[in-house]
Design a protein around this ligand. Structure first.
Ligand code: UDP
Length: 374
């Protein structure tokens, strides 16, 4: 029987704590915030009773059947397909870029093969090995689509021109020559009926798991645990001694509306002149509920400073060098495992986070007997 400390009550921490507790270990989960579930935390708005995605939209989507079965064991998932709209230059289009988007933008009535040839003719074929987001976009969809939907939004989201960003960011988005406007391509997609926080609460609900909220864990004050699973920022664990990894943080401006404000859950704003990236109308994430009023969040992205909540790892080349140095320090911490988005400084979707947490806890349990004691 071992005693383990899990730092962070988000998806990584909760899944690892549960796996270990199920295997007979005693787990303390500590989180610096006043709630569990990390950035997928949901809570009912006090005025309207609408379930709000407190840190921005979270739609569960995965191709991983085991992960899908796992979350369904702890929550009732309602079918939900993410259909995002975007406003650019005063008109509304469907995302991801699909046949409808193309026909609307160019005022055409192209069929799939015609649209494919039309976009291929617009693509910049002189770019053979795209290095930046901008090059990737110009090579994939050409200048009009890039400038209408990606250039301004990406600039606001990441705080720099797309020419300074890696091509990989755009590869998250599909380009479709059909009218399929499902934002995601994964086989399983849904939203927990009672929100993500209720799901995480059920994962953590185990007699061998103790949860401590509002608890800041300091590396030099930890005593009496056989192992630590740390899902906080890797640079914070080392007291930022080598410097800070950079993140984007988000700010949300809440407002209310009587009735339906925008007719969809997520409306992106692609124009650079509009300071926010998107507006989320939370009640549309729960179409199985009836609400006359509406609560909405305008979402602003900015550089993450000390004391802000880190959202998106920026992963500039300086960050990658720094991460390398922190990873070398982390490798010496034989009694600590670094996990999750912040612990490994990577953008992770919820399903990837759970997959890694399952794999990590299984690997540790296999070797648990040989682990050194802290
Ligand atoms: N993006 C864009 N316009 C949009 C939506 C997304 O330019 O309307 C870009 C933006 O750079 C974003 C990336 O595509 O970071 C990936 O989009 P995704 O929806 O995956 O963003 P995330 O889930 O990371 O917020």
């Amino acid at each position: 029987m071992k005693k383990c400390l899990v730092v962070g009550a988000g998806l990584s921490g909760a899944v690892i704590a549960r796996q270990l507790a199920d295997a007979g270990q005693f787990i303390t989960v500590a989180d610096s915030r006043a709630h569990i579930a990390g950035n997928c935390h949901t809570a009912r708005d006090a005025d309207t009773g609408i379930m709000v995605h407190t840190y921005g939209p979270h739609i569960f989507h995965t191709d991983d059947r085991e992960v899908w079965n796992y979350v369904n064991a702890f929550a009732t998932f309602m079918p939900y397909q993410n259909r995002v709209k975007t406003t650019t230059r005063g008109a509304v289009y469907a995302l991801p870029v699909n046949l409808h988007t193309i026909n609307q933008l160019f005022n055409t009535a192209l069929r799939p093969d015609e649209a494919r040839a039309f976009i291929a003719a617009k693509a910049d074929i002189t770019i053979t090995d795209p290095q930046s987001f901008e090059e990737q976009a110009l090579q994939m969809v050409g200048r009009e689509i890039y400038e209408a939907f990606f250039k301004g939004y990406t600039n606001k989201q990441w705080g720099c021109p797309p020419s300074a960003l890696p091509a990989a960011i755009l590869k998250r988005l599909p380009l479709r020559f059909s009218y399929d406007d499902n934002y995601f391509c994964q086989q399983f997609q849904g939203i927990p009926k009672d929100g993500y926080t209720a799901m995480v609460a059920r994962i953590l609900d185990h007699p061998r798991i103790a949860v401590r909220l509002n608890t800041h864990v300091r590396r030099d004050e930890i005593k009496g645990y056989d192992h630590i699973f740390y899902s906080g920022p890797i640079d914070a664990w080392f007291g930022y001694t080598l410097g800070r990894l950079t993140y984007r943080t988000l700010e949300f401006e809440r407002f209310y509306h009587d009735g339906d404000y925008q007719g969809c859950a997520v409306m992106n704003y692609a124009d650079l002149e509009i300071p926010y990236t998107r507006i989320t109308e939370h009640k549309h994430f729960a179409p199985w509920e009836q609400h006359a009023r509406s609560v909405l969040y305008r979402e602003f992205s900015r550089a993450c400073g000390p004391g802000d909540i880190p959202f998106y790892p920026t992963r500039q080349s300086r960050d990658k060098d720094l991460l390398h140095s922190y990873a070398a320090l982390a490798a010496q911490e034989t009694h600590v495992t670094f996990i999750g988005r912040l612990g490994t400084y990577r953008y992770l979707d919820m399903d990837q986070t759970i997959r890694e947490a399952l794999d990590c806890s299984r690997a540790w349990l296999k070797g648990a007997g040989q682990r050194p004691t802290a």
